[in-house]
Design a protein around this ligand. Structure first.
Ligand SMILES: Nc1ncnc2c1ncn2[C@@H]1O[C@H](COP(=O)(O)OP(=O)(O)OP(=O)(O)O)[C@@H](O)[C@H]1O
Ligand SMILES: [Mg+2]
Length: 470
């Protein structure tokens, strides 16, 4: 690849500024290897210079040349040019800083600009942008301000548009909210004016390259081993399980982890708005809903996907999140040969989850009595697992409840395990223990017939289950 891009004009009027003609331009090979730079080490003091130089560079280079170069060649040339400008401007930077700086400029031109290093950093799980001047990240369950800013609204908007254009969507005043998926699988949402008051708002849920397994969740203290084993056994025995929780409480992670105990012989169909699940089974058919296009047409809702999925001979249907009229079709599926299907739901307690399901069915406008809907729910659902993000950022399974049937017009539930908060540490850490309620789960019989081995200690209410595991 010999094609090189050129700077359009010398900023200081010097004619020798043309990159190709400049003898003092460092050869590409002398440019430090960009891959060796630490992506997340963008320093505060570099930011001002970066913003100044990158806009200068973008103004000066011929952007039409960008398309002709592959990524590697482009990166090399950006590095050469940046090194040159740094020398000319007499910026005090060492070689490593020049590399970081050049990476940032490159990201600005081709990628997601200032947030690109945050996307590369695997320890970050959420990126939340509140206008150009404020970027928060979530790391280890805690929110912190990132040392990253955008030049202004227009700069942030340009990057948002670049992201959504890649997936054939648009964001403007008439469509100020948009969902998209980044090339690496991360979930992306943006809201701009007039919806967003103080500049564009962006929320990114990073795609975890290595999804958390149930063993890792146990190691992180999300639940004790026996609760994990019980849930694994239940999922394997096709006990229909719903995972309930608030936003970012770890529902999808838990669903993904629990799905690993589904037998490899089953055909699974997943339905999501943005495919996040990473099931490990060999036989998985994945479906995604489609939002309406700019004319407001062509939307394919979850309900249609669920109906279609049932014609695809699934053994189980896994619904990323049940949140509307598809609840009815999902319940029917769970009652008619697709036991063991799974879904997540936004709710604060298992009882709330049931109420929300009832409301969702009612939203479908079907002419069914309240009692019939409750009957459907009671016979369809086996377990409800409640996930919570605690005040200190820890994510825990705080309740495992079983739906046991109907009494009169009321759905009966019993809690099998729960998390009991026992105190708070000096820095706000939440202390607590998982305990059994002492009730023997009804679904245990089904699990036993499938060969699950269990320890009676699991259900002993006098034990701190976390301590038992240690
Ligand atoms: N037990 C855990 N310990 C540490 N991190 C966790 C745990 N569970 C989930 N996470 C992390 O928390 C983030 C949010 O998790 P997840 O996407 O599963 O939440 P969610 O409830 O599905 O969110 P949403 O409501 O936005 O769909 C992810 O980055 C995930 O890796
Ligand atoms: Mg989720």
């Amino acid at each position: 690849m010999t094609s090189r891009f050129t700077r359009r004009q010398a900023p200081t009027g010097r004619s020798d500024f043309k990159d190709t003609a400049r003898p003092s331009a460092p050869p590409a090979s002398s440019v430090p290897d960009p891959s060796k730079a630490k992506p997340s080490s963008v320093k505060n003091d570099l930011l001002g210079a970066k913003l100044r130089i990158h806009s200068k560079l973008i103004d000066e280079i011929d952007l039409s040349d960008l398309d002709k170069l592959d990524d590697k060649a482009l990166r090399r040339q950006v590095h050469a040019l940046v090194a040159e400008i740094v020398r000319e401007e007499r910026l005090t930077m060492n070689a490593a800083e020049v590399v970081t700086f050049a990476n940032a400029v490159f990201d600005e031109m081709t990628g997601l600009g200032p947030i690109e290093p945050l996307l590369q950093d695997d320890s970050i799980c959420d990126i939340l942008i509140n206008g150009p001047g404020q970027v928060y990240i979530e790391r280890n369950g805690e929110l912190e301000l990132a040392p990253v800013t955008f030049a202004d609204d227009a700069h942030l908007l340009r990057i948002i548009n670049r992201i959504v254009a890649k997936v054939g969507r648009r964001v403007d005043e008439s469509h100020p909210m948009v969902d998209a998926r980044l090339p690496d699988g991360s979930r992306f949402n943006a809201a701009i004016a007039p919806i967003a008051v103080d500049g564009p708002l962006v929320s990114i849920r990073k795609f975890s390259k290595q999804p958390l397994t149930i063993e890792k969740l146990v190691a992180f203290g999300a639940m004790p081993t026996c609760v994990a084993e019980f849930l694994n056994g239940a999922v394997n025995a096709r006990v229909t399980t719903i995972i309930s929780g608030g936003t970012g409480s770890g529902k999808t992670t838990l669903l993904n982890a629990l799905s690993s105990s589904i037998s490899h012989g089953e055909r699974l169909i997943t339905i999501e708005d943005a495919a996040e699940l990473q099931l490990q089974q060999p036989h998985v058919a994945r479906m995604e809903t489609r939002p309406p296009n700019v004319e407001g047409k062509g939307e394919i809702k979850q309900r249609e996907c669920v109906k279609n999925a049932l014609r695809m001979r699934p053994d189980r249907v896994i619904l990323g999140e049940v949140r509307g009229e598809e609840a009815f079709d999902m319940l029917q599926a769970m009652n008619t040969g697709h036991e063991g299907s799974m879904a997540t739901i936004h709710a604060n307690t298992p009882r709330d989850a049931i109420t929300r399901l009832e409301q969702m069915v009612a939203m479908g406008g079907l002419n069914i009595s309240e009692e019939a809907v409750r009957g459907q729910i009671a016979s369809a659902i086996g377990l409800i697992v409640q996930a919570t993000r605690l005040a200190d950022g820890q994510r825990k399974v705080v309740s495992v409840s079983e739906v046991t049937g109907m009494e009169g017009n009321v759905i009966q539930m019993q809690e099998i395990f729960h998390f009991e908060r026992t105190g708070t540490g000096p820095n706000g850490e939440v202390f607590g223990e998982h305990r059994a309620s002492g009730l023997r789960p009804k679904c245990l019989d089904e699990m036993l017939t499938r060969g699950l081995h269990f320890d009676t200690g699991w259900f002993d209410p006098s034990l701190d289950l976390n301590r038992e595991q240690a």
